[in-house]
Design a binder for this molecule. Structure first.
Ligand SMILES: [Fe+2]
Length: 506
């Protein structure tokens, strides 16, 4: 009884944290005073069947035992199977991973982690009830390097959870941190810890999430890596939720995407008959941001979109370029009412990119644009003709909500206003309620029950197979860069130079 009471208290505290206290998080507070066996960086992510399984990860300073406790909504212990990986040392901490399986579909669970002596606060997630109604949230590119900017990002996601309390999970489309140092992941944990423990997370590897240190991303989350073509700089995986199939890509894989990962995506998308097919990834094929001028973006336009078209993918959600851009439906790089829609998700963080006008009609046909919001001062947006329209409410961090009901999918995307600051940029009132403004909304409809499974084979890639395909992957990308990207880039140079000289925008 006493144990249940404590659980309820910790659950209430957990939600209180989610709903407003991250602005008070400070790096030197929690981490410095934490006992060595106290769990941190706790998350529950998709790992296998979303109706019955979750992958849980946490860290400790000391090498302690791994114990996950699970209760149902009444606080009664749950008879689930929990499989622990061996605890291992990683960058000065110890990593604990547990796979919880045998859960019931459509049920809410509460969990805590730790050893026999120190337990975490309670986290919660709800398993997929497998019906055809699904609500979820996406955001991208918090990419912060200090506590304040992580707190600003968390403030945006807190507004997302308030806007869509029915959200069954959230997807972080990558660039969790800026330099992926221990210090930054601790800032991240201070700001996002309670948010992560309030639902299931679908993490997507960004290029800032551990480049140069192998396995950072894979060691942060307990994902199903059985089909990942490699795990050194990210993880590709897939999961079903309701009537949606999600494929998560790792766009750090050989500059953007390797041949084995493209083959994996094709087989994966042919292995499902779910009504909706959605790709989640970090780098964007279609963008007017800083990074769209490099070969990897253009390569994605060619290599990825062929599979998207062939496999009847409905939506491709990405990040990386810190502005919001939604395309019209596209097939074969042409507007086509039956094609896929690509959404560059905007940033939930404080770093936001200008439009690179020199890219227009060189690397991105402006006819493709259905919505474009630049989150910088002035809040430029696309009105169907040009991007000089301005709405000051569009300056802020962005999140999006997705709601599927049978054959209808509705997307709403919002801007969360920044804090009011003084001339030095200091926040005037940390309790300031943000203004939340809808800047893009659209609905897709489709006839359900039409997708068929056309691939039933194995979809794993052996280390040898991956290694053997590295060379053709590099050669393919290099050839593409020289033959297709470079001539386009050279034609664009006069417009690029004008942008640099006149507007100081590269
Ligand atoms: Fe990025």
């Amino acid at each position: 009884m006493k144990k249940n009471f404590l659980r309820i208290i910790s659950i209430v505290l957990c939600f209180a944290l989610v709903m407003g206290s991250s602005v008070f998080a400070s790096a030197d507070g929690e981490n410095a005073s934490r006992p060595d066996n106290s769990p941190f960086r706790i998350s529950a992510v998709f790992n296998g069947d979303s109706a019955t399984q979750r992958g849980i990860t946490w860290y400790t300073k000391a090498n302690t035992k791994s114990v996950v406790e699970l209760v149902d909504e009444q606080g009664a212990p749950v008879n689930a199977q929990i499989t622990y990986e061996d605890v291992f040392e990683w960058e000065g901490n110890y990593v604990h991973k547990a796979l919880v399986s045998g859960l019931e579909a459509g049920k809410t669970y509460y969990y805590d982690v730790g050893d026999e002596t120190v337990r975490s606060a309670a986290g919660t997630f709800t398993t997929d009830d497998k019906d055809d109604k699904v609500d979820f949230i996406t955001f991208a590119d918090v990419q912060a390097g200090n506590q304040e900017n992580f707190n600003r990002g968390a403030r945006v996601v807190e507004q997302a959870l308030k806007m869509m309390p029915t959200a069954e999970f959230m997807a972080n489309l990558g660039d969790f941190t800026d330099d992926s140092t221990n210090e930054e992941w601790d800032y991240y944990d201070n700001a996002f810890g309670a948010i992560n423990m309030s639902t299931t997370l679908a993490p997507i590897a960004g290029n800032h999430d551990g480049l140069g240190v192998e396995n950072w991303f894979n060691n942060m989350f307990n994902l199903d890596t059985s089909e990942s073509v490699q795990t050194k700089d990210g993880v590709n995986y897939s999961f079903d939720y309701g009537n949606i199939h999600f494929a998560v890509l790792n766009t750090n894989d050989i500059l953007a995407i390797s041949i084995p990962q493209l083959e994996w995506l094709e087989n994966d998308m042919k292995s499902t008959d779910k009504d909706w097919k959605i790709v989640l990834m970090h780098k964007s094929p279609y963008s007017l941001g800083k990074d769209a001028k490099w070969p990897d973006a253009l390569y994605l336009q060619k290599s990825l979109t062929r599979i998207v078209d062939e496999c009847n993918v409905d939506l491709v959600l990405s990040g990386h370029d810190h502005q919001y851009l939604r395309t019209k439906p596209l097939t074969g790089n042409k507007v086509d009412k039956d094609g896929a829609i690509y959404i560059l998700s905007g940033t939930a963080g404080a770093k936001r990119y200008e439009i690179r006008t020199f890219l227009a009609n060189h690397f991105l046909d402006t006819d493709f644009i259905d919505a474009l919001t630049i989150q910088r001062s002035g809040g430029n947006y696309w009105d169907g003709e040009d991007w000089d329209q301005q709405n000051p409410d569009y300056e802020g961090g962005i999140f999006s909500t997705f709601s599927v009901s049978g054959g209808t999918l509705t997307v709403n995307s919002y801007v969360v206003s920044d804090y009011t600051t003084d001339e030095e940029g200091n926040i005037i009132n940390v309790n300031e309620e943000p203004k939340v403004t809808l800047h893009d909304t659209f609905t897709l409809t489709k006839e359900t029950g039409k997708n068929e499974i056309t691939y039933t084979g194995d979809n794993t890639t052996s280390e040898l197979e991956y290694t053997l395909k590295i060379v053709p992957s590099f050669l393919g990308l290099a050839t593409y860069a020289i033959v297709e990207w470079l001539p386009k880039f050279l034609i664009m140079v006069p417009a690029l130079l004008e942008s640099v000289i006149v507007y100081d925008v590269f």
